[in-house]
Design a protein. Structure first.
Lengths: 221, 230
């Protein structure tokens, strides 16, 4: 794993977006699937099937290229304009909720090799690149862009403060401190399955998440 | 003599499982290449399910290690190509679910073809091709971590307790993840899946073959207890 790869989206969070528009206009739906612990409206669900969905238009996919104050960079594609929702399946229960606007974005950092659902959280509206569900490694590396239909897989990160190893914390922050707002109350997604070094800190920003997720892009109605 | 019979009976009960009856749905989520009813698919998202009952989950010794398997039930494939999802009901008595925690392999096998086809998850990309699990360093998959903890319990230092709690015997809720293999015989030299089995998996939507061309994809295995979506 190169140092360059390990930069990932923290640079994005630190430096903000520098976006360039992308052509074409077609409906696009991004979906991620993961099985993990979540809570919605104060109800906790252990190892629920969680589908995050973002519906937008390919015309709103934009290139970004950012450099943080420490010189680390990230670049790729992102879409912020659209509607986001979550479906939670736990036993017989199926709960759907819509995220309130201006919280969820879908991003693909092709420079560092990560993609998924990022968020704007906190009173300062800062970007959390690996929350609610960022993905690294395996086939997500080969994601071409955000406008090509397909399915990819990778390690599932739901990590406040991603990337923890690069930042030196070795740990993800408490997601309950950064609830995402939905029409069914606050939504929180946890990352209970990870690997550490002997000191107990997450050992790698790519392979340190043990759980896996699927990410799909569907262009068209 | 009578004592020997009693011991033998007790062993048989233990091997058989003796779990209380409860509906259970085993699923693998992933993407694969292959063919259904003569139509090829590539990179298609799928969910393969076996809807069974915990009473049918058995413990067995295979190749010297303990495995958990369930051979009964109704298997269904949900195959998504673009915006279309095909639901294919698999003809009974073909598919079974199997978990080998020692070798870190879980998935669906086919009677007459093998225990890893049509789809399995493992910790290196090739079921039974991974060699001995490494110890003294963290694994990068759930099936790998659980296999490691079986042989090296002290390696629990690399994982939170929640990971160890994922250990399963396929008799209750489960979550496992790993590299997804969906090829009857992968060519590791040329990195491709060159062939399909001589016998298809029969479904009500036609003959099914999996022929996944990459070893690098991941998949998610779950078991859900209760009547979900029946």
């Amino acid at each position: 794993m190169s140092t360059r790869q390990k930069i990932l989206c923290a640079a994005v969070a630190a430096a903000g977006w520098l976006a360039v528009g992308m052509a074409a206009a077609a409906p696009v739906t991004y979906t991620t699937f993961v099985v993990t612990d979540v809570s919605l409206g104060g109800r906790f669900f252990h190892n629920a099937s969680v589908y995050l969905k973002f519906v937008g238009d390919t015309a709103d996919v934009q290139a970004f290229n950012v450099t943080a104050s420490d010189g680390k960079s990230g670049s790729g594609w992102q879409i912020t304009k659209g509607t986001a929702s979550v479906e939670i399946i736990s036993g017989r229960r199926v709960i759907r909720a819509n995220f309130l606007p201006d919280q969820i974005l879908v991003a693909f950092d092709s420079e560092n090799g990560g993609a998924g659902f990022s968020s704007l959280v906190g009173s300062d509206h800062h970007v959390e690149a690996g929350y609610p569900l960022g993905m690294t490694g395996t086939t997500i590396w080969s994601l071409p862009d955000l406008v090509t239909t397909g399915v990819w897989s990778g390690h599932a990160w739901s990590c406040i403060g991603y990337p923890p190893a690069l930042r030196g914390t070795g740990r993800c922050g408490d997601p309950a401190a950064y609830p995402l707002h939905t029409d069914h109350g606050p939504f929180v997604i946890h990352m209970p399955y990870f690997a550490t070094n002997a000191a107990g800190t997450i050992f790698d920003d790519f392979e340190g998440a043990l759980n896996d997720a699927l990410f799909s892009v569907l262009v068209g109605p | 003599m009578r004592r020997a019979i009693n011991v033998g009976f007790a062993l048989a009960v233990a091997i058989g499982g003796g779990a209380s009856a409860e509906p259970i749905v085993y699923s693998i989520h992933g993407d694969a290449d292959g063919e259904l009813d003569g139509r090829a698919f590539s990179g298609a998202q799928f969910r393969l399910e076996l809807r069974s009952d915990t009473v049918h989950t058995v413990t067995a010794i295979e190749n010297g290690v303990t495995v958990y398997r369930n051979d009964q039930g109704h298997a269904i494939l949900f195959l998504t190509r673009g915006a279309q999802t095909t639901v294919a009901h698999i003809v009974p008595n073909q598919i079974f679910v199997r978990y080998d925690p020692t070798n870190g392999v879980v998935g669906f096998g086919t009677h007459g073809i093998g225990p890893f086809y049509p789809v399995s998850l493992d910790w290196c990309g090739l079921p039974m091709g991974c060699g001995a699990i490494e110890t003294g360093t963290p694994e990068i998959t759930i099936v790998g971590a659980l296999a490691q903890l079986k042989v090296a319990p002290h390696d629990s230092v690399f994982y939170p307790a929640a990971v160890e709690a994922l250990a399963t015997e396929l008799r209750g809720r489960a979550l496992l993840g790993g590299f997804l293999d969906a090829c009857v015989s992968y060519d590791v030299i040329n990195l491709r899946c060159p062939s399909i089995p001589g016998t298809p998996i029969k479904t009500d939507q036609g003959d099914l073959y999996f022929q996944k061309q990459t070893l690098f994809g991941k998949g998610v295995f779950t078991a859900t207890v209760g009547r979900v979506g029946w």
